[in-house]
Design a protein around this ligand. Structure first.
Ligand code: FAD
Length: 363
């Protein structure tokens, strides 16, 4: 097909669909290479899932708490060249029926759980419970996630930290989920509540909008425009190349079938006391004592339905095979880059998304 370009119309080197970290980082790099870009996003704002909103004087992560973490110095230097990060350390607390435990599983957790005081005592307890689980299998391999988790960490940790959380996340019972979902359950025999093993972590001071604004500075952007329901679906009239970070199955008109997603509902409320929870799981570590309010954001994992935000790919056999088939179609598309978690149907943390874009050869 020959595309006729109207010379009066602005023509771009790149049309970028989606202003999340993939699209925004791409636009940043392309602009610095002298490329002309247009970024469009169907949401009413820019920034994708890292977008923040001011509520009661607090910077709330509208699509769920986001903590940046990486061991890649290049990625860390890159984001810090755009916005300064605080030293927030993610140390979540698990609340099991009113009992509080430190995560990830470490000596603090084991002490609260069993009263053990040394790594050797904790190891004995875990080994006992693992052996019990292995014995009940009578020599066969674990057949489902429940059996797998019991063999890895034993009944106490499974009951309190894994069972209900996993069932909520997946919307299915642990004994109906495949064993391969949990390959390892890391346990630490030190008193260390730092969730991530990465060298660097934090949250941008002033919120993620500052990061996105810095990335998109000087780039033409239009929010509230759905690629498929706008003139830009005929993108070749407007740009030489397309960067597409929307859902891969939607790009191909769902010709092979629809991919499944899990999503999250957020219920937000304001408590008129500072430091409501004692732990900044909503990412406001540096401010919890000084702000008179607390914004509590409760996340409820749920099945994705049309019109909701797709968040997590479903890694079962059907979806993995279907996504691979779409990726093969994507490989054949000329001048189109499929990027990000929707465009590749893969769960990515923020840093790997940025790392991918930094490694791209931009033509
Ligand atoms: P997105 O941010 O989703 O951007 C894609 C954009 O494309 C969206 O804005 C969307 O509106 C737009 N779009 C889609 N279709 C169209 C269309 N047809 N037309 C126009 N625009 C379109 N990562 C971490 O590192 N740390 C964390 O703590 C963390 N917490 C998370 C918590 C939750 C609840 C979730 C869901 C994710 C979390 N992540 C976290 C992952 C992080 O959100 C992703 O790595 C990041 O958002 C990926 O960026 P992206 O550009 O691929 O996708």
């Amino acid at each position: 097909m020959v595309t006729i370009i109207n010379k009066n119309m602005a023509h771009y080197d790149y049309l970028i669909v989606g202003s999340g970290l993939y699209g925004a980082t791409f636009a940043y790099r392309a602009k610095r290479m002298g490329k002309k870009c247009l970024v469009i996003d169907k949401r009413s704002h820019l920034g994708g899932n890292v977008y923040c909103e001011q509520i009661a004087g607090i910077n709330v992560h509208k699509y769920g708490a986001h903590i940046f973490h990486t061991s890649n110095r290049m990625v860390w230097n890159f984001v810090n060249s755009i916005v300064e990060f605080n030293r927030y350390t993610n140390s979540p607390i698990a609340n099991y029926k009113g009992e509080l435990y430190n995560l990830p599983f470490n000596m603090n957790t084991f002490n609260s759980l069993w009263g053990v005081k040394t790594p050797a005592e904790a190891q004995v307890k875990i080994d006992e419970q693992r052996a019990e689980a292995v014995a009940t299998l009578g020599g066969r391999d674990p057949q489902n996630l429940e059996e797998q988790a019991l063999c890895l960490v034993g009944k106490d940790m499974f009951q309190k930290f894994i069972k209900e959380y996993t069932e909520k996340q997946w919307g299915r019972r642990c004994n109906e989920l495949p064993a391969f979902i949990i390959k390892r359950l890391p346990v630490r025999f030190v008193f260390d509540n730092n969730y991530f093993n990465d060298k660097y972590q934090g949250v941008p001071i002033g919120g993620y909008n500052k990061l996105v604004e810095g990335l998109l500075d000087g780039v033409e952007c239009k929010a509230g425009i759905d690629f498929f329901h706008s003139k830009y679906k005929d993108w070749k009239e407007y740009a030489d190349r397309l960067v597409y970070t929307g859902a891969i199955d939607e790009y191909f008109g769902y010709c092979l079938g629809k991919l499944d997603w899990r999503t999250v509902n957020f219920k937000i409320r304001i408590e008129n006391i500072p430091n409501y929870q004692g732990n900044a799981v909503v990412n406001f570590g540096q401010e919890i004592y000084t702000c008179p309010n607390t914004v509590v954001s409760e996340e409820y994992s749920t099945e994705y339905k049309e019109g909701m935000e797709p968040y997590y790919p479903v890694n079962d056999d059907r979806n993995n095979a279907l996504a691979e088939a779409y990726r093969q179609l994507a490989d054949k598309e000329d001048c189109v880059i499929f990027g990000g978690r929707l465009g590749q149907y893969k769960y990515y943390d923020m840093a790997p998304v940025i790392e991918q874009v930094l490694a791209l050869e931009i033509l």
